[in-house]
Write a new protein. Structure first.
Length: 181
C-alpha cells in the first residue's frame, strides 16, 4: 500500500509540474511587467503648418484648360503622410471665395504617400479658361488673387498667390484637382 500511495504522489507532483510548465508562459505574457511587443510607430499625417504649398506656374495648355503642378513640400522636421485630395477654391485679394470649390479628378485613385522631411509631393490642378463659359453660366469674369488650399484631411489652409481669370458664379466649374502623388 505504501508503494501505491508513493506512486500516486509522484503522479500528482508530475501533473502539477506539467500544468505549471503550460501555464507559466501565458502568465508571463499577460503580466504587465513583461516586455510587450510594440509595433513600429506609424508615420503621422502631415499638418498644414509643416507644409509649404506652391504652384509651378509653368502650366501646359490643352483644349481651353491649363494644367499646373501643385506642390506640397514637407518642412516639419520629420516624415509625414498625405492621402487624398487638396480642398481648394479661388479667392479675391481680401480672401473671399470666388466661384465654386474645385472638383476632384479620381484618376488615378488616391493613395497614402509618405513625404520625407524636405521632400515634395504633387497634385495636378486644372484651370479652365473662364471666358469659355457663357455669361449666364459664369456670371462676371473676375481676376482671382490666388488659391486657398487645404492639404488633404486638414482644417487649416494656406493661400497660394496666383492671379487668374475666374467665374464669379458657382455654376461654372473652372477648377479640378487630382489626388496627391
Amino acid at each position: 500500500m505504501n508503494l501505491t500511495s508513493r506512486t500516486a504522489r509522484r503522479v500528482a507532483v508530475a501533473a502539477a509540474v506539467a500544468c505549471a510548465a503550460l501555464v507559466a508562459p501565458a502568465i508571463a505574457l499577460a503580466s504587465p511587467a513583461s516586455p510587450a511587443r510594440t509595433a513600429a510607430p506609424a508615420t503621422p499625417p502631415c499638418e498644414t503648418p509643416g507644409l509649404v504649398e506652391w504652384l509651378d506656374t509653368n502650366g501646359s495648355g490643352a483644349a481651353g484648360s491649363t494644367f499646373y503642378t501643385m506642390n506640397f513640400t514637407n518642412l516639419s522636421g520629420h516624415a509625414c503622410t498625405l492621402n487624398g485630395f487638396p480642398f481648394l477654391f479661388a479667392v479675391s485679394l481680401t480672401g473671399k471665395q470666388i466661384g465654386s470649390d474645385a472638383t476632384f479628378n479620381h484618376h488615378p485613385a488616391p493613395r497614402t504617400v509618405t513625404i520625407g522631411n524636405g521632400k515634395t509631393v504633387t497634385a495636378q490642378l486644372q484651370i479652365v479658361v473662364a471666358q469659355n463659359y457663357s455669361k449666364s453660366l459664369c456670371g462676371k469674369v473676375v481676376t482671382a488673387a490666388g488659391l486657398k488650399v487645404f492639404p488633404p484631411n486638414q482644417q487649416r489652409a494656406k493661400i497660394i498667390p496666383f492671379p487668374f481669370s475666374a467665374c464669379e458664379s458657382t455654376h461654372a466649374q473652372i477648377l479640378t484637382v487630382g489626388a496627391v502623388r
